[in-house]
Ligand binder design. Sequence first.
Ligand code: ADE
Length: 256
Amino acid sequence: MDERLPDASEATCQRRARTLCESHYAESVRIDIVTIFPEFFSVLDVSLLGTARKSGLIDVAVHDLRDFTHDRHRTVDDTPSGGGAGMVMRPEPWGDALDAILTEQSTVIFPTPAGSLFVQKQARELAGREHLIFCCGRYEGIDQRVIDYTRTRAAEVLELSIGDYVLNGGEVAVVAVIEAVGRLIPGVVGNPDSLVEESHEDGLLEYPSYTKPAEWRGLETPAVLLGGNHAAIAAWRREQQLERTRRVRPELLGEG
Ligand code: ADE
């Protein structure tokens, strides 16, 4: 076995599953989202997260940024200081919205392509927080003073990117982050073991999965998976993880 990599014995997996469940998690995680497109977040009503909301494990509130404007046109943007293309979100509505939502315990997340890359380790950290606030920027982003001011008021402020590409706004990124974080909150995913054996949990990509039938359109399920030898299956899966990671994401092994 490669000494630099964590081993994936059954005992280790169970230990990790317990750690994921038992550590410093709050009873319920409160999530506030500020956006100019509140209807976008109806997606959080469905699937596992929808169930988690209904059962009270996650408490989500979506706020329309325009409700914090004071002019007839409910203006949220203006031209960039110093010139340039596009529009920048004005600080006043953001300031008022955050004044209404923020506490000293809040972790505030600004999704932006200029942020640090959001990874699984951070999803785990965020799943342990009591209160997350997501601020969805649009156009060329939010006036930087909003972020700088919020740093002086919140427990933590993070500027996060979900990848090296540019979206039209932070909404899609926020849904991705909430899904990644939400499924790590104890009780959201029924079987915590399934949180352990998946891509990125141990720094490797996941092994390929198969189900029945054993043969489909001339393609066979690998024989080892049908033989019932659990040690051989675990070894095969580990090998597959290493091979796939080396081929697709060598930088995860420090090799890229
Ligand atoms: N807003 C626009 N693009 C983004 C990205 N890649 N990640 C996070 N927020 C964004």
